[in-house]
Design a protein around this ligand. Structure first.
Ligand code: CA
Ligand code: CA
Length: 370
């Protein structure tokens, strides 16, 4: 395993372009504290999800079907297994993962993956159990979700509430009108109880649909009671949205803000919720996202950390004190590691990134501040 530390100050690339930010953008210098980076694991093949587990290990999915439990210090996989049913097809495969709040005692966790059913490519949400150093499926919460070689989402997030909810993003699976079809689970944010039942207060009785009009969301995080999702735009207007129950996010009619004549009428008629950030006239392919508020890297406090594939960078989106808008945007590590897929943060404030370059050359990177 390659292991090294480098001063990264010289690699920090700043960007102040922020078409959607307010005019009072702060522009203080970051990265002056001697942050270090360390490749903790290499030889990966399209890692898709990395999460900081309740057992203080990094749990990781790889798109081909592998789940690993990684020691964040040594980088060793202390457990790994593959889900045989997973069928990886371009953007499809084993995707998002989340741990049950009681994982340390019940071993339960959730995964989303693509599979073949009767000759059709599909997606399913499965509850699994980690026990006696093995994993096994416990329950299928939702299956036969339309899937495609592109636009399958999917991230999972479990809220920190008295009665936690499981949220899941789905892509439009190449069928754009489905994003506006409330009878379809494509192009949505879905909401479940942890046993897979439908919460009684979901907007449509008996349906997991929570919000709609989404294209392909591959980042999801809840912070300070606010749910944020990153969403790929077509060739313009990647988005970061605040997800609210029963709201329409516009796809496929609306890209980014409601600023074109055809969009304005649709937005008015459908009460479309506009993004709090969008990429404007090009795309950077926004993906995994987490919320940072640790004193280890003070300049990143109260920020969304969002990875990009095409732009091959980490975007630090500084939030307003109320969390409802983006007030500053900076770009780090551009082209240093290649395409970046997902991110997690340890309680000590270390940030972990995984790449999405393929050819068994993907890595897990630790960013810390000694
Ligand atoms: Ca939108
Ligand atoms: Ca627009």
């Amino acid at each position: 395993m390659r292991k090294y530390s480098l001063l990264v100050v010289s690699f920090f690339v700043f960007s102040y372009s922020c078409s959607r930010c307010s005019s009072n953008i702060q522009s203080t210098v970051t990265g002056s504290g001697g942050d270090t980076i360390r490749i903790i694991k290499s030889g990966l093949q399209f890692p898709w999800e990395i999460l900081w587990g309740l057992d203080s290990h990094i749990w990781m999915t790889e798109r081909g079907g592998k789940i690993s439990k990684v020691d964040p210090v040594s980088g060793n996989s202390v457990f790994s297994a593959s889900i045989a049913e997973v069928v990886s097809n371009n953007e499809g495969g084993l995707l998002g993962m989340a741990q049950h709040p009681g994982f340390l005692t019940n071993g339960l966790f959730y995964v989303v993956y693509n599979y073949n059913s009767g000759g059709n490519y599909r997606e399913k949400l499965v509850q699994m159990k980690f026990e006696n150093n093995a994993i096994q499926p416990v329950a299928t919460l939702l299956q036969d979700i339309p899937a495609s070689s592109i636009h399958n989402g999917s991230r999972l997030w479990i809220t920190n509430e008295t009665t936690p909810k499981l949220f899941m993003t789905t892509g439009d699976a190449s069928n754009q009108p489905n994003a506006q079809n409330l009878n379809s689970v494509s192009g949505k944010v879905l909401c479940f109880n942890l046993d897979g039942s439908i919460p009684a207060d979901n907007p449509i009785a008996g349906s997991p649909v929570w919000s709609f009009g989404h294209r392909n969301q591959q980042g999801l995080v809840v912070a300070n009671g606010i749910m944020y999702a990153s969403e790929h735009g077509p060739n313009i207007e990647d988005e970061v949205n605040i997800i609210e129950m029963n709201r329409n996010y516009g796809w496929p009619t609306v890209n980014g803000p409601c600023n074109l004549p055809a969009e304005l009428s649709f937005c008015t008629a459908n009460n479309v919720k506009e993004p709090i950030w969008s990429s404007g006239s090009s795309t950077i392919a926004v993906c995994g996202m987490d919320y940072y508020n640790n004193s280890r890297i003070p300049a990143w406090q109260n920020s969304l950390l969002m990875l990009t594939l095409k732009d091959a960078s980490l975007r630090v989106l500084k939030l307003s004190p109320d969390g409802m808008s983006v007030i500053d945007q900076r770009t780090f590590f551009k082209n240093r590691f290649g395409r970046l897929r997902d991110i997690c943060i340890s309680p000590a404030g270390r940030v972990y990134l995984c790449t999405s370059n393929g050819s068994n050359g993907d890595v897990l990177v630790e960013i810390s501040n000694p």
